[in-house]
Design a protein around this ligand. Structure first.
Ligand code: FAD
Length: 471
């Protein structure tokens, strides 16, 4: 029992995870407060920028629990904790219903299963950021209004830095605001800071030797405060080396119309990706999120090119709501084109002989159906067709890895309660959304879904505190 508790729940971070959790806590007669480091009315965070598709492993979020659970296990190739796969599969649909009850609207954005549950109004299908008055912005403003009417509060400009512990139990957090440090005592602390993608030192430690050569494909507001605070009080960290993101034009580093869309994933998964030596280094068939992680791990993450021919450019290049073709070129992305591979290599500053050998081996492996055996790195074709590079003009696009959020973080159980390395829970401490680890990542860089993760961990954490707190 924490005698000093001013609140039932202190929430660190006002993204989707923090705002759903605070509102759910208030619905359950708990007294929540949200500490948000951002200062403006429309403080930035990944939720503000989100594309708004509620899915689980790119499947429809309302599919039956067992299908979704299997899909999570398969996508994460044994990495996910089974109880986390189960809770996300079971509760994902409840997030949709809960948000609908809060007045949020969903729409179908395309015929694809992935686009069945998209927050309305969606972003307009155009390059660059487009968030004002769109789905994530409306969601946050709606939930803030509801929190206010439920008696909760959000304090802006408050950056949480240290957890307060009492006898192994988390009883509050100290936040910096306007140069002063204020303790907030509560029965439970919810860390919902969005991850550590915005901290170059942490990204350098866990993800890429050259963090400054990755493109921040999000708000960059997650600076790892949550994982640092939690690990300082004994929480285990899991899956720190993977991130959700996409492959982007290298010019996205300097041109804001080239991120977060269009991304290059449909080109990458149809053609090949080569390093500065003109050689493949990754299985492109594992998808754009996987390839973005591999590019980030290169000695120089800005040395990769995607190579394709005119047939790929005309077909795969036109896939998606904001396709690479024609948007990349229209927005000024560099694309090298040439009628011969020698000329292409020269334009892209790649070694011509090596590039020609790489392309010829690739085309031969497709023709001989040898992409999965005797071909290195092997190439999966279960999700994406590998297309030959044969029809001039040939294309080379300088690319970069866009990091949206880190998949790893604080180890949690099915109630989103933080765990020590020995698996015991830290009473009073929870990690939600992008702060929570153990669900996404692993050898296949399994992407489950940032919104589903944020929504489910928020609901279960608030409900666990309500069910267990002695008042
Ligand atoms: C362009 C884009 C498109 C996306 N599209 C999709 C999609 O279609 N589907 C999907 O599932 N996911 C998508 N995502 C990912 C998804 O939006 C995020 O995973 C999700 O919004 C994360 O929510 P969160 O609450 O965990 O973190 P955030 O929304 O980042 O919120 C964290 C908050 O914590 C605050 N904070 C950080 N540190 C502190 C501190 N020390 N003290 C106080 N406050 C702090 C931050 O300022 C921030 O406001 C997309 C992301 C982006 C950027």
């Amino acid at each position: 029992m924490n005698d000093k508790a001013q609140y039932d729940v202190v929430v660190v971070g006002g993204g989707i995870a923090g705002m759903i959790a605070a509102n759910r806590a208030a619905q359950l007669n708990l007294r929540p407060i949200v500490l948000e480091q951002g200062t403006g009315a429309k403080y930035l965070c990944n939720t503000r920028y989100t594309g708004g598709t509620f899915h689980i492993c790119l499947r429809e979020i309302t599919l039956d629990e067992e299908t979704l659970r299997q899909k999570i296990l398969e996508s994460t190739a044994g990495f996910v904790k089974p109880e986390l796969a189960q809770v996300i599969a079971r509760e994902g649909r409840r997030v949709i219903r809960w948000l609908q009850d809060e007045g949020m609207r969903f729409m179908r954005a395309s015929a694809s299963e992935y686009h069945k549950w998209v927050l309305a109004p969606p972003g307009r299908s155009r390059p660059g950021l487009d968030w004002e008055g769109r789905c994530g912005d409306v969601l946050l403003r709606t939930l803030e209004g509801h929190l206010d009417s439920r008696g909760g509060e959000i304090v802006r400009g408050a950056r949480a830095r240290t957890l307060i512990m009492d006898n192994g139990r988390c009883v509050g957090v100290v936040a910096q605001r306007n140069g002063t440090e204020t303790p907030y005592y509560a029965r439970a602390v919810f860390v919902a800071d969005g991850g550590f993608q915005g901290d170059a030192e942490l990204v350098g430690r866990y993800i890429s030797r050259r963090p400054e050569r990755l493109k921040q494909r999000g708000a960059g507001t997650g600076r790892g405060d949550g994982m640092k605070m939690a690990s300082a009080v004994g929480a285990a960290l899991v899956g720190m080396d993977r991130f959700y993101g996409h492959t982007l034009s290298k010019d996205a580093l300097t041109n804001d119309n080239l991120w977060p869309y269009p991304y290059l994933d449909s080109l990458v998964t149809a053609g090949i990706v080569v390093d500065a030596n003109g050689q493949r280094f990754v299985d492109e068939g594992r998808g754009g999120v996987y390839v973005a992680n591999a590019v980030a791990q290169l000695d120089d993450p800005l040395s990769a090119h995607v190579i394709l021919d005119s047939a790929i450019w005309e077909k795969a290049g036109r896939n998606g709501l904001i396709p690479a073709n024609p948007h990349l070129e229209r927005e000024g992305a560099a694309i090298h084109r040439a009628d011969t591979l020698d000329a292409l290599a020269s334009a892209a500053h790649l070694p011509a002989d090596a590039l020609k050998r790489t392309i010829s081996e690739y085309n031969d492996a497709i023709a001989g159906k040898r992409l999965q055996s005797g071909y290195t790195p092997s190439r999966q074709t279960a999700r994406y067709d590998a297309c030959p590079i044969a029809k001039a003009p040939f294309h080379a696009l300088p690319m970069c890895a866009g990091i949206t959020y880190t998949m790893g973080g604080i180890s949690v159980d099915a109630h989103a309660q933080a765990l020590r390395a020995d698996g015991s829970p830290i009473e009073g401490l929870y990690a939600l959304g992008g702060a929570a680890g153990g669900l996404e990542g692993g050898p296949e860089v399994g992407y489950v879904g940032g919104l589903a993760k944020g929504g489910v961990t928020a609901l279960v954490a608030a409900e666990h505190v309500a069910a267990t707190s002695s008042k």
